[in-house]
Write a protein that binds this ligand. Structure first.
Ligand code: ATP
Ligand code: MG
Length: 422
């Protein structure tokens, strides 16, 4: 892959011909990837989007590195075939049950004698804000700068060049299990995929589905995937609270499979094609063919029965989300309401059921912040990868890496050897 020289927030990093960025979302249900070419004015031209079944994750956590690597490899091979561009590096979304956020605050005195705040002051206050005591098995994945305060004046997004003697920073620190991060790194290392940056998934989703005004006013982003639900509250333009619940659409699918005595794959198909979130949205006259576990004989089940099963689980999921909002104490401070993303946001009627239960406006977060995207791709389950492209276009330093692909035996041995002494 070749890149052209691009001025970024961190400066120009390489003289290349094309700016190609790849965003990767390693989900519990599907691995998804998107590639785009970034133009001179940071316009995003999408070259391709692919997805592959995910094997090796449970509830957002990697439990099998080999299978996860293969799933990523399958997804990226498809992306290479689709675009004709070799993939050697990617921006990677991160989530999982181990993630939580800590809000922290730091203060430094401005070093400069004429009190002009420099990049160095900014880095010092950021470093100080990241100085929190964590258990040895936890790591800060990302520090999200919420606001700088210069001599008591708050709401500053970038203090460099301003005049002041006291620089403060409010930061949200995204913390995760060290092992979870390392497992992600090892899964990508196995196929020689270089990680440009690891970003907390909801921050990527927010890039593609939230409006700037919603983030300013106060909004909750709820991403319901296959194995996790990420709940993130944004206010004054940045992340305020976030948490990850270890449940998702699989919870509904498995229940459907058990009650209908069918396979998980068939249950997922029925849910996605005929499922509705509330019994009053189903019809008694519509009958669905349901194959048995062996996938041979089939029986007819009314849509009403399917809806009864799905709605019971949907109600539980919504109740869990509402409890979390109450824990954040943010139901009263979100005039922007709730924005739903992730595959389960595509379940017919889920926004209405949620709205009725919580008495808060709910809308589906279609990734609309990218222009010219094909209708097929413009789905809530692609919100993280599409947001990843926006994030990469705005913030990322880009560099080319060596050829991706499963390492040979020698490489693998060297890799395990290094791991032993890490
Ligand atoms: N049209 C649809 N109706 C209902 N559910 C759907 C639909 N399309 C996809 N889903 C469900 O969405 C879920 C997958 O969503 P998504 O791709 O966002 O998850 P993931 O990113 O792989 O998982 P996670 O984020 O939890 O790690 C599955 O449970 C799938 O059945
Ligand atoms: Mg997901």
């Amino acid at each position: 892959m070749v890149f052209k020289c691009m001025s970024s927030s961190k400066g120009c990093v390489a003289i290349n011909k094309r700016n190609i960025v790849v965003a990767l979302d390693v989900g519990t249900n599907r691995v998804k990837a998107a590639m785009a070419e970034i133009g001179y004015s940071r316009d995003i031209n999408i070259l391709g989007i692919t997805g592959a079944p995910s094997r090796g994750l449970r509830k957002g956590n990697i439990v099998d590195i080999e299978s996860t690597s293969r799933s990523i490899e399958n997804c990226l091979n498809d992306l290479e075939r689709l675009t004709g561009v070799e993939v050697s590096s990617a921006l990677v979304g991160f989530s999982g049950g181990s993630v939580y956020a800590i809000n922290n605050h730091a203060v430094v005195a401005v070093g400069n004698s004429n009190y002009e705040i420099t990049q160095e002051d900014k880095e010092r206050v950021l470093q100080s804000a990241c100085n929190v005591a964590l258990p040895p098995d936890k790591t800060i994945v990302q520090a999200v700068e919420r606001q700088y305060i210069v001599d008591g004046y708050d709401g500053v997004k970038d203090p460099v060049g301003m005049v002041g003697s006291r620089l403060e920073l409010e930061v949200a620190l995204i913390v995760a299990a060290t092992a979870a991060i390392q497992n992600m790194q090892r899964s990508t290392q196995r196929i020689n995929l270089q990680i440009n940056k690891i970003v907390y998934n909801p921050l990527l989703v927010a890039e593609s589905v939230l409006l700037t005004t919603e983030k300013e006013m106060g909004v909750v982003l709820v991403d319901i995937g296959g194995g996790t639900i990420e709940i993130s509250c944004f206010e004054a333009g940045s992340l305020l609270f976030t948490s990850v619940l270890p449940v998702g659409g699989e919870y509904i699918t498995k229940d459907l499979a058990i009650v209908l005595r069918t396979s998980v794959e068939e249950a997922a198909r029925i849910k996605e094609k005929h499922g509705v979130a509330s019994p009053d949205m189903a019809s008694h006259d519509v009958f669905i063919d349901v194959k048995n576990i062996q996938g041979k004989d089939s029986k007819k089940v009314s849509q009403q029965v399917v809806a009864d099963i799905i709605s019971a689980r949907v109600a539980e999921i919504i109740e869990m989300i509402y409890t979390e909002l109450k824990n954040f104490a943010c139901q009263e401070r979100i005039p922007g309401g709730i924005v739903l993303s992730g595959g389960e946001a595509e379940l017919t009627g889920i926004a209405r059921v949620m709205e009725d239960y919580m008495n808060i406006p709910v809308r589906i977060g279609i990734p609309e912040n990218l222009r010219g995207i094909q209708l097929d791709y413009n789905k809530p389950q692609n919100a993280a990868i599409l947001g990843g492209l926006i994030y990469a276009a705005n913030y990322l330093n880009i560099s080319s890496g060596k050829r991706r692909g499963f390492s040979g035996l020698f490489d693998k041995l060297a890799y395990w050897w290094k791991d032993l002494f890490r």
